[in-house]
Design a protein around this ligand. Structure first.
Ligand SMILES: NC(=O)c1ccc[n+]([C@@H]2O[C@H](COP(=O)([O-])OP(=O)(O)OC[C@H]3O[C@@H](n4cnc5c(N)ncnc54)[C@H](OP(=O)(O)O)[C@@H]3O)[C@@H](O)[C@H]2O)c1
Ligand SMILES: *[C@@H]1O[C@H](CO)[C@@H](O)[C@H](O)[C@H]1NC(C)=O
Length: 332
């Protein structure tokens, strides 16, 4: 009798310890996920009635969440997407969730300079205002654009560079207005080598994961330097610009990677990555937050301005990159 009791007691204690351990793990996991991973929310109350915004790559991921939020605030939202088919589904979704009919699709392929020019032409002809340009679209895959540029360099940098320049006059006329460039923390490992900027042949890493990551990082460093130089050129106007890291987000960005990598990444993204809604918060902060105009040209993450390495705010490199980009995009 006594023996059984003692047995039950120790099983009971073991059970309590077990439950306590599980509780602590779940608790820490919950706090980790909701405080650290989730990050800050954009808490700007800014309304956008009568304002027009462009969000590139807004048929999925961070872009569609950004578009929904801006539509809710009353903006006229232009979904600038490359695929009509994919954009049509998004159009219905943004209208429904944004509770707005002021949402339109305009075709834009950032991998084609011709498409960028024709988008800008159509936009400027049909839309009287532009208050916010959100350069969100991005890609992670090797290859060539229609113009023969490196795919990531072309789509992530040259396309948005040309688009922004073609729309700059309209932004100035509508000031105060803003340009927001979705860069990445990956820019930290990027470098600007003007000899291989567009070819990346010098790397000799082929199509490997390391090579792709490097080219992606370089293109994101271009985003940060572009923002730095743009802010300088916009001094004295009512237009400000910002770039940012959205966090690590569960999106379609890795869609072209190997199925092996996708399998490895699944549990990591499930636990450590933000969802696209959370991923849109820093973009929204840069687009909407009152009183950040003096931070034009700077880099944000988790809705907070951050310092970047010297290479990401190098005046000479930023200026040269601008000039090279003008040439490659056919602006000069
Ligand atoms: N996910 C992350 O962890 C993370 C981290 C740091 C930075 N970012 C940046 O965040 C931005 C948004 O990415 P995401 O994570 O939301 O990825 P995503 O789900 O893959 O969305 C990317 C968007 O860009 C569009 N796009 C791709 N190539 C284009 C082209 N040639 N012309 C026009 N649009 C094009 C895509 O259109 P289709 O659907 O038609 O391909 C899609 O709408 C990117 O700039 C990315 O570099 C993401
Ligand atoms: C984001 O900011 C919040 C609030 O300041 C903080 O609790 C969280 O740890 C930060 N997350 C990241 C990823 O920096």
């Amino acid at each position: 009798m006594e023996l059984t009791l003692a047995g039950t007691e120790s099983t009971g204690t073991a059970m309590s310890v077990f439950l306590l351990v599980i509780g602590v793990i779940v608790g820490v996991g919950y706090i980790f996920h909701n405080v650290v991973v989730k990050g800050k929310r954009c808490n700007s109350k800014t309304k956008l009635h009568g304002k027009t915004v462009i969000v590139t790559g807004s048929n999925t991921g961070i872009g569609i969440e950004t578009a929904i939020d801006l539509a809710k605030r009353g903006a006229r939202v232009i979904l600038a997407c490359r695929s009509q088919h994919r954009a049509e589904a998004a159009l219905a979704e943004v209208k429904r969730l944004g509770k707005s009919n002021e949402v339109v699709f305009m075709q834009l392929d950032l991998g084609s300079l011709k498409s960028v020019r024709s988008f800008a032409e159509t936009f400027l002809k049909t839309e009287p205002r532009l208050d916010l340009l959100i350069n969100n679209a991005g890609i992670y895959v090797q290859g060539r654009t229609a113009d023969g540029l490196g795919m990531m360099f072309g789509v992530n940098h040259i396309g948005p560079f040309l688009l922004t320049n073609l729309l700059l006059e309209r932004l100035k006329e509508c000031g105060p207005s803003r340009v927001v460039n979705v860069a990445s923390v990956a820019h930290n490992t990027g470098t600007i080598d003007f000899d291989s900027l567009n070819t990346h042949k010098a790397l000799g890493l082929g199509d490997s994961f390391v090579a792709s990551m490097k080219i992606y990082s370089d293109s994101k460093l271009c985003n940060v330097l572009f923002t730095h130089e743009l802010a300088k050129r916009l001094q004295g106007t009512q237009v400000t610009c910002y770039c940012l890291h959205p966090g690590n987000i569960k999106s379609e960005l890795g869609r072209h990677t190997s199925s092996f990598l996708k399998t490895i990444m699944k549990p990591i993204t499930a636990f450590f990555f933000k969802n696209p809604f959370q991923g849109a918060q820093t973009t929204l902060h840069c687009a909407l937050q009152e009183g950040i105009e003096h931070l034009s040209g700077r880099y944000f993450s988790n809705c907070t301005v951050r310092k970047v390495y010297a290479k990401a705010r190098d005046d000479a490199v930023a200026k040269k990159l601008w000039e090279v980009s003008e040439r490659l995009s056919g602006l000069s």
